[in-house]
Design a protein around this ligand. Structure first.
Ligand code: TXA
Ligand code: MG
Length: 335
């Protein structure tokens, strides 16, 4: 573990990490969204180590992280006008663009596709690591496949201790969910995964952005087919409940030890019910979401319930992750 202060570090502190990347090793590092498990995107053997360490299904392609237009241009074959506009507005930041790939990137990253998913992270440690290693860095989230994505170095250790040579600890991540993924090779552009940049922000630049419903998304972005983000304990997503008394009634009828993850601070749930507040705003709920999902396994309960949030702004990414994390959904009609 290498601890660096993102606000005041000397890039020299990252020389050893950059050397590991250049040598074809894997390194966990902070980004503004979640921690990534990085390797040289041009080195097939290095990329293979990511798949081994994470136990990631071998057909799921990775996101490539770059700094600067020169590095970007080496990785892609074509940079359409719309990409330039999005880059101007949102990079560095949590927006991943799917573009035509170049031969520079390893096939192990793109898994047989003729496209590459690429973004420029808005985190000084990630940027310094890429710049020092002089390589585009391919990095999925630094969790075991299927687990909630890591938003702190301790989450990375929890999943990957003993499997990777180095974790760079740069503190808790700011955004808390992964980047938004959009395809610019389809016409019109398509939102493949909601994330750190909201649909509303994107619509201002791409008014004809196509937004698929979650089931359609599963077909389109290879990584969305697999079970994801799930705590080990049963998690039930509550949808469509208008009155908190309805929720209380269900929870009080449980004969197991349960916890309710609440999205609404105004709800005055029955004092008998053990609750955890997810956050006071969508932004805060998003930032702490994965940490709260991981924490369910550490609470003295056997089962968890979670309340829905509205599907606008950050709510779209939050609900996308909750639907995948939950073992099932419960609505007043399914009672
Ligand atoms: O915020 C993030 O995006 C984080 C940090 C580390 O940058 N990374 C991340 O990577 O979430 P990962 O591997 O967990 O998710 C990558 C997603 C997957 O759903 C994958 O299928 C999709 O991007 N993807 C990668 N290459 C693609 C491509 N060429 N076409 C379509 N989807 C692609
Ligand atoms: Mg992931």
């Amino acid at each position: 573990m290498l601890t660096v202060n993102p606000g005041s570090f000397n890039p020299d502190e990252l020389q050893e990490a950059a050397e590991l990347i250049r040598k074809g090793e894997i390194v966990a590092f902070p980004t503004e969204t979640v921690y990534g498990l990085g390797a040289d995107a041009t080195n097939a053997k290095a990329i293979e180590k990511i798949f081994m360490a994470k136990e990631r299904p071998s057909d799921n392609p990775l996101i490539v992280h770059v700094v600067g237009m020169d590095m970007l241009k080496k990785c892609v074959d074509d940079l359409p006008e719309i990409a330039k506009q999005l880059i101007d507005k949102f990079w560095p930041g949590p927006l991943t663009l799917v573009l035509k790939r170049s031969e520079y990137i390893s096939d192990m990253v793109t898994k047989g596709l003729d496209t590459v998913a690429i973004r420029s992270p808005n985190h000084p440690v990630a940027q310094a690591l890429i710049t020092l290693s002089q390589r585009p860095i391919a990095a999925p989230s630094a969790n075991l496949s299927g687990r909630p994505s890591p938003t702190s170095a301790s989450h990375v250790i929890e999943d990957l201790e003993g499997r990777i040579p180095l974790v760079i600890d740069g503190g808790a991540t700011q955004v808390g969910v992964e980047s938004t993924v959009i395809s610019l090779v389809s016409h019109p552009p398509t939102l493949l995964r909601p994330g750190g940049i909201t649909k509303e922000q994107l619509l201002k630049i791409i008014p004809n952005l196509e937004v698929k419903v979650d089931r359609e998304l599963e077909r389109l972005s290879p990584g969305t087919r697999y079970p994801h983000y799930a705590p080990r304990k049963e998690l039930i997503l509550l949808v469509g409940f208008e009155k908190e008394e309805q929720v209380d009634k269900i929870l009080l009828a449980e004969n197991q030890r349960i916890v309710l993850l609440c999205s609404n601070p105004l709800h005055s749930h029955d004092p008998e019910i053990h609750t955890v507040l997810l956050g006071k705003s969508l932004e805060e709920i998003q930032r702490n979401l994965f940490s709260n999902l991981r924490n369910i396994d550490h609470l003295p309960v056997t089962k968890a319930y979670v309340e829905e949030v509205e599907s606008h702004a950050e709510g779209l990414a939050i609900m996308n992750r909750l639907k995948k994390a939950a073992s099932r959904m419960l609505s007043p009609n399914s009672q």
